[in-house]
Design a protein around this ligand. Structure first.
Ligand code: HEC
Length: 144
């Protein structure tokens, strides 16, 4: 090999090393909120839409709204607990009272995080990501 060829080899190796260390530095991959929201939309449209409605507006006096819901956005853990365990009894959402029942779901931890990421980031809502590992601690706990 000529001297100039070695230079090319060295430059190539440095590049490869940089790429490897960069990918190692990037892992574990960051939580992909966008992908979670997209999966959550599909879950919402099969499991929640009949009551909470297409735009999350709910139904007056019967089903509370999720769109711009102060109740939903105020407490992430409580919302997780309600989706996994169901909820009943009087609650106040955006100043309106509801006293009805929501059944528990059999969604997986990831599905619960997905559907909550969708509702907490739709219709004007903007909330911090709900990660699957935040779901398990809320199972079997009574919703407040
Ligand atoms: C059969 C109708 C029904 C379905 C289906 C349903 N909910 Fe509910 N949801 C309710 C009712 C009723 C309440 C209020 C319960 C109460 O009065 O304590 C509620 C309350 C809530 C709340 C808290 C109150 C608020 O408006 O912020 C959240 C969050 C919520 N539901 C999310 C969901 C999600 C997510 C799904 C789908 C996985 C879902 N619900 C499916 C009826 C339903």
């Amino acid at each position: 090999m000529r001297k100039s060829d070695w230079k090319i080899v060295v430059v190539f190796l440095c590049g490869a090393l940089a790429a490897i260390s960069l990918s190692a530095w990037q892992s574990p991959p960051a939580f992909d909120l966008k992908a979670s929201i997209a999966r959550g939309k599909a879950i919402y449209n099969t499991q929640c839409v009949t009551c909470h409605q297409e735009q999350g507006e709910g139904m007056k006096d019967i089903y509370p709204p999720l769109a711009k819901s102060d109740y939903l956005m105020a407490n992430k853990a409580r919302a997780i607990g309600m989706v996994v365990n169901g909820a009943q009894g009087p609650i106040t959402v955006n100043g309106a009272k509801y006293d009805n029942e929501m059944l528990s779901t059999d969604l997986t931890d990831q599905q619960v995080s997905d559907v909550l990421n969708y509702v907490r980031n739709s219709w004007g809502n903007k909330g911090a990501a709900v990660k699957p590992e935040e779901v398990a601690p809320q199972r079997k706990k009574k919703a407040e």
